[in-house]
Design a protein around this ligand. Structure first.
Ligand code: 5AD
Ligand code: SF4
Length: 447
């Protein structure tokens, strides 16, 4: 029989990338991955609805596959993830060529849904969410070309209800995966050559809090650090209100935990933070950063910023700029506020005009570009540890990887040396806006 093929397109965050990998593993016996939708027997579009125009983008992206269905009548087209959850039946009504709609909690039912569709019982729409949902363990099979780093979701969903955010509505309530599943999954990845793992969750600091007998997040990190042949641990995302001292201490005490923390602040104005329902003030955030830097002086910090939240005045916005100056993040991700379905802030008055949001975003970019460049330049002359991912895509004569602080490093190495997957020392010679440049010094651990 002809080998069936699956094409998957992933939008959005790392959790979606992880979910896409699970879906490929779930159908792996019957479908092999392919590079273009034209070759595929199964097309999956894993969607994100966290920011503006997500639905419109998905409708137009999936709309383009209509003609493929005409050529190949048994082609199965599925929409999964957060937009699938949000739109549900509307998707199959608006796009009758779609056979399958799966919300994030329902992606594990992909095999049974496919079976139904292939028996002519489609379309299948699965969007119910359960409070007691437990993501099952799905181990991805050995893959000859697995990259040296991988991601593992440790918890799903969110209970925080920040007033601008759709996530609690489309990903459901917070659930933590059992520690033994997480450890088994990481051990399996490590046996396939993975050396760095990023633990994923909407709010990893509250890992295990709702379950009886689970370790805390800081304890989980210590358990994971005991896996031999795992060299590096990272995690994302942390909520500032739940960042406690035990986790701060892990940065200085757990050798494998990389000194980088993504700690979304969203705004520098306590008034706006309150309207956002973030659960901390500017002063509390700055206090946590201070303490963290006392415990682990070399920690690199990154953050998320929203500009133009409803009611944000020029003064509130300036407070965000001054917070950026004060903290000096290594990198930030900044967004213009947009109304999201279900999120409370869509009902707020005093919406900020589009051109004001755009202007504020530019000012944030300009300020941060200067700070990032200054921080990057401070690396010049330093010897840094880099986990080598492989040759650089744009400059194949250079290798590329990341420092423990999560900065991208491109570097020259003596010809004939294959460093892919190795942990090496690099001397930083130059710094740009987005990356560091260096020269290979020596190898710490081989690939
Ligand atoms: N508008 C703009 N940015 C948003 N984010 C989440 N919801 C919105 C929204 N409605 C941003 C936040 C969050 C990141 C993942 O996306 O900064 O941390
Ligand atoms: Fe959204 Fe807030 Fe939960 Fe993050 S913590 S996913 S911003 S509700």
């Amino acid at each position: 029989m002809r080998q069936r093929k699956v094409f998957i397109k992933t939008f959005g965050c790392q959790m979606n990338e992880y979910d896409s990998e699970r879906m490929l593993a779930l159908v792996g016996e019957k479908y092999k991955p392919c590079e273009t939708p034209e070759e595929a027997d199964l097309i999956l579009v894993n969607t994100c609805s966290v920011r503006a125009k997500a639905e419109a983008k998905v409708y137009s992206f999936v709309g383009r596959f209509k003609h493929l269905k005409k050529k190949k009548s048994d082609l199965v087209i599925g929409v999964t993830g957060c937009v699938a959850q949000q739109e549900g039946e509307r998707i199959v009504k608006r796009l009758p060529h779609v056979d399958l709609v799966l919300g994030p909690q329902n992606i594990y039912r992909l095999p049974e849904a496919l079976e139904k569709i292939l028996q002519g019982q489609g379309p299948v729409v699965l969007t119910e969410m359960r409070k007691d949902f437990k993501p099952p363990l799905v181990l991805a099979g050995p893959d000859g070309s697995r990259p040296v780093k991988a991601q593992v979701t440790i918890m799903q969903g969110c209970d925080n209800f920040c007033s601008y955010c759709v996530v609690p509505y489309v990903r459901g309530r917070e659930v933590s995966r059992p520690p033994e599943d997480i450890l088994r999954e990481i051990e399996c990845l490590v046996s396939q050559g993975v050396r760095e793992v990023t633990l994923l969750g909407q709010n990893v600091n509250s890992y295990g809090k709702k379950e009886r007998g689970y370790p805390t997040f800081a304890e989980l990190i210590r358990l994971i650090a005991e896996i031999p042949e795992l060299w590096r641990i990272r995690f994302t995302t942390s909520h500032p209100k739940d960042l406690e001292e035990d986790l701060m201490r892990a940065f200085s005490e757990v050798e494998k935990l990389c000194e980088h923390l993504h700690l979304p602040v969203q705004s520098g104005s306590s008034r706006i933070l309150k309207l956002m329902n973030r659960g901390y003030t500017r002063e509390e955030y700055l206090e946590k950063v201070k303490k963290l830097r006392e415990i682990c002086p070399e920690i690199a910090l990154t953050t998320d910023i929203i500009v133009g939240f409803p009611g944000e005045t020029e003064e509130d916005f300036k407070a965000t700029l001054s917070l950026l100056e004060e903290v000096r993040f290594d990198e930030i991700f900044s967004f213009k506020y947009s109304d999201r379905p279900y999120a409370r802030a869509r009902e707020f008055s005093d919406k900020v005009p589009e051109e004001v949001k755009a202007e504020r975003l530019t000012r944030v970019h300009e300020l941060q570009a200067r700070i990032t460049e200054e921080i990057n330049r401070s690396y010049i002359g330093q010897k840094v540890e880099v986990l080598v991912e492989g040759p650089s895509e744009t400059r194949p004569e250079l290798f590329t990887g990341r420092t423990r602080s999560n900065h991208v490093v491109n570097f020259l190495a003596p010809e004939g040396l294959d460093l892919k997957g190795a942990l090496v020392y690099v001397l930083i010679k130059d710094a740009g806006k987005h990356s560091l440049r260096g020269e290979y010094l020596d190898t710490i651990k081989g690939p």
